[in-house]
Design a protein around this ligand. Structure first.
Ligand code: MRU
Length: 358
């Protein structure tokens, strides 16, 4: 499959930059009105940044955590005068840091996956363990970018010319090493002339769609229309969209998929209206150790996120709010899961096992 996408146009934003002595994270709390990078020089700062959503999106938090381990190795060297020779000792000393990074957010499996890769790199390293960690973090990042570009092409092939699509949350360059997952498919579909209309839901309460996705698309010159989350069913009813295309934070062994809160209701509405539903995620998001969506820990964040829009309180004092930030879409509502390994159509336990069971 030839790669004809003009990445100079369609892949320009980088949320994560390794400078050689710090990890710079594009502060997603401030977008779209300020483009500022926060320098992190310690693994603790990276853990805080992940929890605070300075960096966000399943693949991006895995990549940031991997670089966090590289920073932790440097902190360890500073504390011991570079005195640790054996990788096994480094692994033992770095384990609490791995656990701290892993605890920063619970739902996206990419975080645990990236840290497991860092552990494995240490376990086969010798005295070159520092280089091994650096190389692994770099590989995690570059493999994610390559996976996204491949998924873009695979997913776009499913979309008929003249289609409209609706996406949710932000799954673009900002959420990954670059190009994006669901947004990568949308970029590829637009570049290939298949997609004519792009809609993005606001994604209350943190407004990933309103603040990040439509801004990202604007950088590429892709025309997109923002809708209130509550307008999605009406949009589908009017025939404007043929696909809902979303990312994922964890895909279980039976295909059940955790993603940003509101994804589940989009899938229900899509099935009712005969609109197809596509999940796009790298294989690092697939968690074959979790049997089904009922076993996924759903992150609940501070209700304050719901009680205000930005810094402006919109709700009377004394009102209680519940703020789960992910939900689970059952596999039977999903028409296709697109990964860099290929497309699983109408996923279920058997087809998932065939694709990812080894
Ligand atoms: O809370 P967030 O903004 O980290 O949630 C992000 C999502 O739900 C994305 O859809 C998912 O991580 C896939 S990003 C390629």
């Amino acid at each position: 499959m030839p790669d004809t996408i003009d990445y100079a146009r369609y892949d320009r934003i980088r949320p994560i930059r390794w400078t050689g002595d710090a990890l710079e994270l594009l502060d997603q709390r401030k977008l779209p009105f300020a483009v500022e990078y926060v320098p992190c020089r310690t693994s603790g700062a990276v853990a805080v940044a992940i929890h605070a959503l300075i960096v966000r999106g399943a693949p991006a938090i895995g990549i940031a955590a991997a670089w966090g381990v590289v920073l932790a190795a440097r902190e360890l060297d500073a504390a011991t005068g570079g005195g640790i020779a054996a990788a096994a000792e480094a692994a033992e000393r770095l384990e609490p840091v791995m656990q701290q990074l892993n605890a920063a957010r619970p739902t996206a499996v990419n975080l645990a996956w990236a840290l497991q890769r860092m552990r494995r790199a240490l376990s086969v390293a010798g005295e070159d363990w520092r280089t091994a960690l650096f190389r692994e973090a770099k590989a995690i990042e570059s493999e994610d970018l390559a996976a996204n570009r491949k998924m873009g092409r695979l997913g776009a092939q499913l979309i008929a010319n003249g289609s409209g699509v609706l996406t949710h949350c932000n799954t673009g360059s900002l959420a990954t090493a670059g190009f994006g997952t669901a947004l990568g498919v949308i970029r590829a579909g637009v570049a290939q002339g298949r997609i004519e209309r792009v809609y993005a839901g606001e994604t209350r309460p943190w407004l990933q769609g309103a603040r990040l996705t439509v801004w990202e698309l604007q950088q590429d010159g892709i025309d997109a229309t923002l809708i209130a989350d509550a307008a999605a069913s009406h949009l589908m009813k009017t025939g404007q969209v043929q696909w809902v295309i979303v990312g994922a934070d964890r895909i279980c062994a039976n295909g059940d998929t955790a993603n940003k809160i509101g994804t589940y209701q989009l899938a229900i509405a899509a099935r009712y209206h005969g609109v197809k539903f596509m999940v796009v995620a790298p294989s690092s998001t697939v968690d074959m150790a979790t049997a089904n969506g009922g076993k996924i820990e759903i992150e609940e964040r501070d209700p304050a996120e719901l009680l205000a829009v930005g810094a402006t309180r919109t709700v009377a004092e004394g009102i209680r709010a519940w703020n789960p930030v992910f939900d689970v879409t059952p596999s039977e509502l999903i028409d296709a899961i697109v990964t860099e390994r290929g497309v699983v159509e109408r996923p279920n336990r058997v087809s998932m096992q065939t694709f990812f069971g080894h």
